[in-house]
Every structure is written in C-alpha cells, then in structure tokens.
Design a protein around this ligand. Structure first.
Ligand code: ADP
Length: 404
C-alpha cells in the first residue's frame, strides 16, 4: 500500500495523525546458514520487502496495536504498566512487544515509565520463509518504542553499531541491533540474486528440528574438547575452535576423524560427562534418546569457512566461485544438516538447470526460500515467469525512522 494511504488509515483508526514512521527491511542471507548460533559471521543483505509501523503517542495508559491486514492479524490492546515478558507460541503482536520490552530493558525503565502509544503495522516480507519477517517486526517495534520512550530517533542505539557493517551476526537473538546494522555495502556489479519460494513453510515454534541441530552441534564441540583433553567452558563451535587453536577447516578434519556419525545418549555418556552434555541440552532436546553428530559438525565448520571464501570471491568479482560456494552450501544443508526438503532440493536443481551460477536454500530451512545467483542480464524467462519467483534482490537500505 501507498504510504499516504497508510497514513490516512492511521488517522481514521485512531482519530489523530501518525507522528512517526519506522521502516525495517527483511533480509536474505546470502551465505552462512545455521552457524550464527555457533558464533560465526554470516552474510545477510537487506531486501526491499519490509515492515512499516506508523505510530503516535497516547495519553491513555495503553499500547494499542493494529494491522492493516486485520483479518489475519487481529488488533490488541495492552494496559500499562505491563509485565509482558514473552509468550509461547507467539502471536503476531508478541513480536512487537518483544521489541518494546527489549527497549525498556535497555533503558532500565521502571514500570511507571512505560509510555502509551498507538501503532498501525503493515508488512510485505513473506512470513516463515527465511526472510526475517518476524525480526523486522521486532526491530521496527523496538525503534518505535525507543522514540516514544525517549523522544530520540536513534540516540544511544547507534553506539552499538556506529557505522554500517557489512557482516553481522544475524538472527541469533530477537534483538534490534543487528537489523540496525545490516546494510551490505556492495555486491559484485555483475551478480544478481533471485529469491524464489518453494511453497513450503516451516512453523519454527511447533517443531524441535531446529533445537535438535543446535544441541547436536554443541555435543560435537564437547567431543572435540574431550578428545584434545582441553578444559574449556566453550559451547559454541567457534569458541571450541578457539580453545583448540584450530581454524574451521582444521576443526572440520578433526570432526571427520573423531566424532561418531550417530550415537545413543548412553554411549555418548561414555565419551563426555553428564555436565558437558547438560551444557548442550535445552528444554525440548533434553529427552532425545540419540544424536546425529558428525554430519552436523562437518556442516558448521564447512559453512563457516565458506562464508570467508564467499566474501573473498565477492570482492574479487569471481562469480563462478561464488556460485560454486552457494552450491556446496546447499549440498551441505541438505545432506549433512538435513535442513532441506525434497521440494526445495527440486527447486534448487531446476534453477541450476536454467543456468544459475549457484543456488541454495536460505534461512532456517525445511521450506521457505532459496537464493539464486545469476550473472547480470542473464536471468532466463523460465525463472522470471516461474510461479515460485519472488523478486530479484539488490541491497536495500537498513532500518529507518522518519518523523511525520
Ligand atoms: P520469519 O523467518 O519470516 O521471521 P517466523 O516464523 O519467525 O518467520 O515469523 C513469522 C511470524 O511473524 C508470523 O507468524 C506472524 O506472527 C509474524 N508476522 C510476519 N509478518 C507479519 C505482518 N506483516 N504482520 C503481522 N505479523 C507478521
């Protein structure tokens, strides 16, 4: 919808004009999947699809939240002061409240400091598809809340990321800071990325696949430490690699030689002790009877090293190498991390058959989107006219706040 029409809607709904407009892009991760939570950098790019929040302060002790698409996203009202700390599973407005709460915590606000506000939301980021629709809501809400709490636009928020950074630690937390930061600066002139949706979506809140992978990766790390007889608090695989004094490639080789393919919990406890295992488990993985290990570790260390190589290939303008790394990334996600689906694999294959230099699923997986590399001007009609085609992406701008 046109921004002017959106403002008119706000006025009709709340009988006053909006004062602030915050826009936050979605993002597509070019490479680096399932490694952020192990401490490694990934390579995301802001896209034009975004969420927009119009807002105005409110004298009532309430936060009123509405969505332009009120059929799918019904309105809600929160009375202040509110002790909201989270909700499982989250409803759409809980993402906004999560951003709001993050700001209150950051500002160390007391309950009586909570300011009333009226919000109207709209979004164009396809949801549950690996393009960060929910994070864009969290971040836009956080910046909106920051403005209404302090009267400042970005204020001290910028000190966390004083300059736009090319690489960011994406997705690991529902925090606003990475989205403030991520603005990929430039991609090789000749490269264009297409984003396609395979038609399947994963409901992350309703499955433990994601948490299982996190746990299995961490267990790999504990086995590596034990094997090297290194005492360390490290849990994330990047920290394990630092404790071992090895780079990701060396760690990958070590995983290949010392980590078992699959193992029961009972046998695992013959290798590492209970305390080490506890560090790896979460509430929905604590009852797993067995673990797939080697493939998970191989993926994480392999992908970490691909991000570095991709970054260098990008700078050197080596499109063929960029494509090859994307393909390897996909194979790794599909075969080692088992985070793809048949439908996704088939779409990736199709893109390769149509002349893509490289293609991989992007986001957590189990459905959602793929990012596909083409040489500029060489995207065939068969891709552009395919019903799964979403958009051609070029780097968009990061989060912004505009006073109206
Ligand atoms: P993603 O990978 O896109 O962030 P998630 O499953 O984490 O996927 O989050 C999707 C959820 O975000 C939706 O179920 C909905 O609650 C919320 N959401 C996304 N886009 C919108 C929108 N335009 N308006 C309201 N809520 C939205």
């Amino acid at each position: 919808m046109d921004l002017e029409d959106f403002k008119v809607k706000f006025h009709e709904l709340y009988e006053k004009p909006a004062q602030v407009c915050v826009r936050c892009p979605g993002r597509v991760n070019l490479i680096g999947e399932h490694i952020d939570y192990h401490g490694y950098d990934v390579l995301p790019m802001a896209i034009e699809a975004c969420c927009i929040i119009l807002s105005a302060p409110s004298e009532s002790n309430q936060i009123r939240i509405s969505n332009l698409d009120d059929k799918n996203y019904p309105s809600t009202t929160i009375s202040l002061p509110s002790g909201w700390k989270g909700a499982t599973p989250p409803k759409w407005f809980d993402y906004l409240l999560s951003g709001w709460r993050g700001i209150l915590d950051l500002l160390k606000s007391e309950d009586q400091d909570q300011k009333g506000m009226d919000l109207l939301v709209t979004g164009s980021v396809p949801e549950s598809s690996g393009l960060s629709s929910s994070s864009s809501l969290v971040c836009a809400a956080a910046l909106t809340a920051y403005f209404h709490q302090t009267g400042k636009s970005f204020g001290e928020l910028t000190k966390f990321y004083p300059t736009p950074v090319r690489r960011s630690k994406s997705r690991s937390t529902l925090c606003l800071l990475f989205l403030l930061a991520f603005q990929i600066q430039k991609i090789t002139e000749n490269a264009v990325f297409v984003v396609m949706h395979c038609g399947e979506r994963m409901n992350k809140a309703a499955t433990s696949c994601f948490n299982q992978r996190v746990t299995e990766g961490k267990i790999c790390g504990q086995i590596l430490l034990k094997h090297a007889n290194v005492k360390s608090d490290a849990v994330r695989l990047k920290d394990v690699s630092a404790a071992l004094g090895k780079n990701p490639e060396e760690c990958k080789q070590l995983v290949d030689t010392v980590v078992p393919e699959e193992i029961s919990k009972e046998d695992l406890l013959k290798i590492i002790d209970e305390q080490a295992l506890d560090k790896c488990l979460s509430h929905n993985t604590k009852d797993m009877p067995s673990f797939t290990l080697k493939r998970r570790g191989l993926h994480v260390y392999g992908e970490a090293s691909r991000v570095d190589q991709f970054h260098r290939a990008c700078e050197a303008g080596d499109l063929n190498l960029m494509g090859k790394l994307l393909d390897e990334g996909h194979q790794s996600l599909s075969k080692l991390y088992e985070a793809s689906t048949e439908v996704m694999d088939e779409m990736v294959e199709f893109c390769k058959d149509q002349g893509a230099l490289g293609a991989r699923l992007t986001g957590a997986g189990w459905g959602g989107c793929a990012v596909i590399l083409f040489e500029k001007g060489k995207i065939p009609k068969s891709i552009l006219e395919d019903k799964r085609f979403l958009f051609i992406s070029s780097p968009a701008s990061g989060i912004s706040l505009q006073k109206i």
